[in-house]
Design a protein around this ligand. Sequence first.
Ligand code: AMP
Ligand code: MG
Length: 416
Amino acid sequence: MKEVFFEVKSVAQCREILASFPCVAGVEQIGLEQALNRVVALDVIADEDLPASFRSSMDGYAVRAKDVFGASEGNPVYLQLAGKLAVNEDPQLSIRPGECAQILTGGSLPSGADTVLMWEHTRVIADDEIEVFKSVSPGDNLMLLGEDCRKGQVVLGKGSRIRPQELGVLSALGHTQVAVYSRPQVAILSTGDELVSAHDTPGPGQIRDVNSTTLAAWCAWIGAEPVLWGIVPDKTADLRSALSQAVDQADCVLLSGGSSVGTRDLSVEVISSLPQGRIMAHGVAISPGKPTILGAQDQIPIIGLPGQVTSAQVVMYVLGLPFLAHLRGEANAFDRTRQVKTWAKAARNISSEQGREDYVRVRLVQDDQDMLLAEPVFAKSGLLRSLLRADGLLVIPAQSEGVRAGQLCEVVLLLA
Ligand code: AMP
Ligand code: MG
């Protein structure tokens, strides 16, 4: 039995290798209703100013700032009411010195006025006259014409993920169609002679396939399209045939199991045997998840994940998800700022091997000073439920030999 991984890479090196793959080429034009969580494929340019006019951001009176300068409780100013504007009115009246017009939030500012006085700072004293107790500066309580965006400006850059807030901007501009990248098709193959489908009853020595289900779900969660390729036995010819078909049809292949250095671990050999197959990493300095492979057939990435059910998911979370985000066109998918993290105090000493980045499953609890405490959920990587109890993964950097109880640590939150 071979005992060594022949191409161990650090997590940082893996990110670099993965970032060098091009993103999917396909672009689709879709309606806003379908666009949530898709990725913008062409810069979206505003074809109008937003707002299209000066609009009030308060209920009150449109006035000339000069007219109410110095107004106070002790020294009120009196203004003539020139009219009451409806919220959807294109105001025809013009505010002359000493005049005001009632205006509602969102209403367009009439000409002559340069600011809006809040309702609360006025009192009606006659049908056509108000008393003002406060001064305002020009531009106060107004959304300025073009303040949100200018005609011709890029409002959503290529590579932006479309969240509810991006959909809001598209709606305001009347962009009811948007060009997005096609979802990457991710083929998922589970290898192992011992595996049966989750629908079947395992015989002696058999177990149900978990990784097809979890990996497909993580793919869908990040916005890729999982394609289940099923279970492949630990036979070179079978694996080669399944993998050849998968790289022909998918944008990326996830291969679970057989990624280590045992006699039945065929992934490296089979990937290398493809016509343009290559291995960029065999072994990643990460725990759990060392038996991970980064390979490719031509431009199609093949990621070999450990069969161990928890290791596979941790590697998927730390490297696989940013990679799929990158493949689906998201800009800066590998930026550390994209990971949702919190700081927490380690609840106890946790040791780690130097040279290996550790992702320790932790549960977060509040201590009596309202600080977050990270309690390790120690469990073997073949056991599934530690990930159900964990709120996040406490990161022990490669150069560190562990953390001490009470030490402030970074915890990557498990969001799904
Ligand atoms: P391997 O990486 O193939 O050496 O597998 C490591 C361990 O994970 C073995 O105990 C396998 O039975 C188990 N395993 C491999 N693939 C799966 C899978 N798809 N679902 C559940 N367990 C698996
Ligand atoms: Mg196996």
